[in-house]
Design a binder for this molecule. Structure first.
Ligand code: APR
Length: 229
């Protein structure tokens, strides 16, 4: 086996204290996603959207990687082939655990973007609608986050990696958001073995060859140990 592609979702960061979206008490049970995670919501009330992401940025900054993030960093360091993490998460816990090959397909909380000129820069802890873009000076600052109705980032790189993968692993994702939910099918069609590691069977559980269910901080290190022997 030479190439592993790992898709991660909110479940891998749950035990670091960051809420998931669709579980009981998840973010989408407390907030209206149309209001805080769509371009239309941002156009209608940019302050509300910035406040939502400011709160999430503060939570993420105060969180630490858990044993699952650490196990994936160890896998990348010790596996003799390629390990790529494709994450739907906007926190930086994979980086902080030591992983290097990471694609943030849904963007990142610590990045800001200008909605006018597309310039990107490091986000301050607190962002406001009136903040000017450092490149074009327009007050069009937005979080560098992919909202519903927008195209995820790095899709070409991800498609290429999936087409070459020998093993595809999904960790802590409910399989309800596309295109990420279709990666298992894409990897299978390309001949990869597929494994789900999740607290419970996801929406797409039946599409996987194998599944191990339990908290990520337990099942991910166990899987990495078994793979590295
Ligand atoms: N260990 C492993 N899995 C867990 C844990 C845990 N400790 N806790 C929860 N889970 C699982 C849940 O069972 C669920 O299947 O993680 C999954 C989390 O699902 P979602 O909340 O839907 O998160 P995710 O799949 O990452 O959401 C995808 O939706 O709103 C968007 O853009 C946002 O990137 C996000 C996308």
């Amino acid at each position: 086996m030479r190439s592993i592609v790992i898709l991660t979702g909110a479940g891998i960061s749950a035990e670091s204290g960051l809420g998931t979206f669709r579980d009981k008490d998840g973010l989408w049970t407390k907030y209206d996603l149309e209001e805080v995670a769509t371009p239309q919501g941002f156009a209608a009330n940019p302050r509300l959207v910035h406040d939502f992401y400011n709160a999430r940025r503060a939570n993420a900054a105060g969180a630490s990687p858990n044993a699952a993030h650490e196990a994936l960093a160890r896998l990348e360091a010790e596996f003799p082939g390629e390990v790529l993490i494709v994450t739907q998460n906007v926190d930086s816990l994979h980086e902080r655990a030591g992983s290097r090959a990471i694609l943030h397909m849904h963007g990142a909380l610590d990045r800001a973007r200008c909605a006018r000129c597309d310039h990107r820069w490091e986000a301050p802890l607190v962002m406001r609608p009136e903040d000017p873009c450092p490149a074009c000076s327009q007050p069009a600052t937005r979080p560098d986050i992919v909202w519903f109705g927008e195209f995820p980032f790095y899709m070409e790189e991800i498609d290429t990696a999936l087409s070459q993968a020998d093993l595809f692993v999904a960790i802590g994702t409910s399989g309800q958001v596309y295109p990420a939910a279709a990666f298992v099918q894409e990897a299978r069609m390309a001949g990869a073995a597929t494994l789900e590691l999740n607290l419970e069977p996801s929406e797409t559980a039946r599409a996987f060859d194998e599944a191990r269910h339990g908290p990520a901080s337990r099942v991910v290190p166990e899987w990495v140990d078994s793979l590295l022997g």
